[in-house]
Ligand binder design. Structure first.
Ligand code: PLP
Length: 406
C-alpha cells in the first residue's frame, strides 16, 4: 500500500477549512453524516448544469445521459460492495432499505408464533420497522444482549436462534459503541438454522472494505451520506432469489412493465422496488463518492481511522472522571463518553463554542441507552480526513469546558 498524503486528502473537503464561532472547525460527527469531497459536490453540480433529465423515460440525449449516469452509479456502488448491480436496489438510505425488507419480505411471510431476533445495539431504523411488522403479524421480537465491553454475547445470541426465528437483523458496526460485529460468523450460524439475515451496514461501508458476497448474509443495507455521498441516497442489496420473491413495496412509475386497470405487470428487480423519480443527482454524487473512497483505498482508510481512534482513546482515557462506553477490541472510530458531573448536551454545546462538533443524545438507540443506564452520551466520531492535531484540540477543549461546568 503506497503512503497516503492525508493533508492533501483533507484539502479535498472544502467545508473542513471553515470556522465555527471564530475557531477552525473540528468536525467529529462523521458517524452522523460524513463530509463531502469537492469531486462529489462537483459531480452533483455538473449533473444539474449539463445532464439533468429524468431516467428511463426519454429517448433524447439528456435522457440517455441521465439514465447512463444513474445506472453507472449503481454499477460503481455494486463493485464497491462486491455484489451484482442487478441485486442492488437504490433507495434513500438505510431506513428505507430496512423498511423495504420488513414490509416486502417479512410482512407477507411472518405469522403468529414466529420470532425476529434483533440485538441490543440496534439503531431505531433496525428496530421500529420490525416492531411494525410484528404488530401486524403476531410475531415476537427477541433481543440479543451485549456484554460490559459492548460486544454481542455470541453464545447467548446463538441460543436465541430457535426454530421459530425467521429473521435475524443486526448491525455490522454499532453507531454508539463502535463495536464491529463478526458478521460473517453470525450469518453462518443463522444460515445453518435456515434463518434469513439482514445486516445494517450504515456504519461499516464508510470505514472498511466490504465484501457483502463474502459475508453470506441475505440482505445488506447502506446509506450514502455517511460514505462521502449526498443525503437521500443508499441501497439495499438482496439475494436475487429473495428479491424476486418479494412483492413491490411502493407502486408508481418506473417499477412497472405494463399497467392496465385489470392488473399490472411489475418490472424486474431491482427496478421493481424503485418507484417514482429517484434522487438521480444524488446517485451521481454517490458514484463519485465511491470512486473517491476507492482512489484512497479502503484499507488505508481503515488503518488511518484506527490510528486516530487509538490516539483519541488514549487521550480521553487519561481524563479523570471520563467514562467511555464501548471497548470492544474490534472497534470503529467512534467514542461515546460522559464526563462526571456534566450533562452530555451541555458538553456538546460548549464544545461547539470551541469549534468542536460532537453529537450528544441517545443516538437513535434508546434500548442501548436504557441498558447503559444513561439518557444520553456525547459521541466523537472520526473519519480519515480528521487529524491528530484535531484530536488534541478536542481534548484541550474538553478539559476547558469541564472546568467551566465544574
Ligand atoms: N443504522 C445505523 C447504525 C445508523 O448509524 C444510521 C444513521 O445514523 C441509520 C441506521 C439510519 O440511516 P439513514 O437515516 O441514513 O437511513
Amino acid at each position: 500500500m503506497s503512503a497516503v498524503d492525508w493533508s492533501r486528502v483533507r484539502a479535498d473537503f472544502p467545508i473542513l477549512s471553515r470556522e465555527v464561532h471564530g475557531r477552525p472547525l473540528v468536525y467529529l460527527d462523521s458517524a452522523n453524516t460524513g463530509q463531502k469531497p469537492a469531486s462529489v459536490i462537483e459531480a452533483v453540480d455538473d449533473f444539474y448544469r449539463r445532464h439533468n433529465a429524468n431516467v428511463s423515460r426519454a429517448v433524447h440525449t439528456l435522457g440517455s445521459e441521465a439514465t447512463e449516469a444513474y445506472e453507472g452509479a449503481r454499477r460503481k456502488l455494486a463493485a464497491f460492495l462486491n455484489v451484482r448491480p442487478d441485486e442492488l436496489v437504490l433507495c434513500s438510505g438505510t431506513t428505507f432499505a430496512l423498511n423495504l425488507v420488513a414490509y416486502s419480505w417479512a410482512l407477507p411471510r411472518l405469522e403468529a408464533g414466529d420470532a425476529i431476533v434483533l440485538t441490543r445495539m440496534e439503531h431505531h431504523a433496525n428496530i421500529v420497522p420490525w416492531q411494525l411488522v410484528a404488530e401486524r403479524t403476531g410475531a415476537v421480537i427477541k433481543v440479543a444482549e451485549v456484554d460490559g465491553s459492548g460486544q454481542l454475547d455470541l453464545p447467548a445470541l446463538y441460543a436465541l436462534l430457535t426454530p421459530e426465528v425467521k429473521i435475524l437483523a443486526f448491525t455490522h458496526v454499532s453507531n454508539v459503541l463502535g463495536t464491529v460485529n463478526p458478521a460473517r460468523e453470525i450469518c453462518r450460524e443463522a444460515r445453518r438454522r435456515g434463518i434469513v439475515t439482514v445486516v445494517d451496514g450504515s456504519q461499516a461501508a464508510p470505514h472498511r472494505a466490504l465484501d457483502i458476497a463474502g459475508i453470506g448474509c441475505d440482505f445488506y443495507a447502506i446509506t450514502g451520506h455517511k460514505m462521502a455521498g449526498p443525503t437521500g441516497t443508499g441501497a439495499l442489496w438482496g439475494r436475487r432469489d429473495l428479491l424476486q420473491s418479494m412483492p413491490p413495496f411502493l407502486g408508481g412509475g418506473e417499477m412497472i412493465r405494463e399497467v392496465r386497470f385489470e392488473g399490472t405487470v411489475y418490472n424486474d428487480v431491482p427496478h421493481r422496488f424503485e418507484a417514482g423519480t429517484p434522487n438521480i443527482a444524488g446517485f451521481v454524487g454517490l458514484g463519485a463518492a465511491v470512486e473517491y473512497l476507492t482512489s484512497i483505498g479502503m484499507a488505508a482508510i481503515e488503518s488511518r481511522e484506527k490510528e486516530l481512534l487509538a490516539h483519541a482513546t488514549e487521550a480521553l482515557s487519561a481524563i479523570d472522571g471520563l467514562r467511555i462506553f464501548g471497548n470492544a477490541p474490534e472497534k470503529a472510530a467512534v467514542i461515546s463518553f460522559l464526563v462526571e458531573g456534566a450533562h452530555a448536551h451541555d458538553l456538546a454545546t460548549l464544545l461547539d463554542l470551541e469549534g468542536v462538533a460532537v453529537r450528544s443524545g441517545h443516538h437513535c438507540a434508546h434500548p442501548l441507552m436504557h441498558h447503559l443506564g444513561v439518557p444520553a452520551t456525547c459521541r466523537a466520531s472520526f473519519a480519515f480526513y480528521n487529524t491528530h492535531d484535531e484530536i488534541d484540540t478536542f481534548v484541550a477543549a474538553l478539559l476547558k469546558v469541564r472546568r467551566l461546568l465544574a
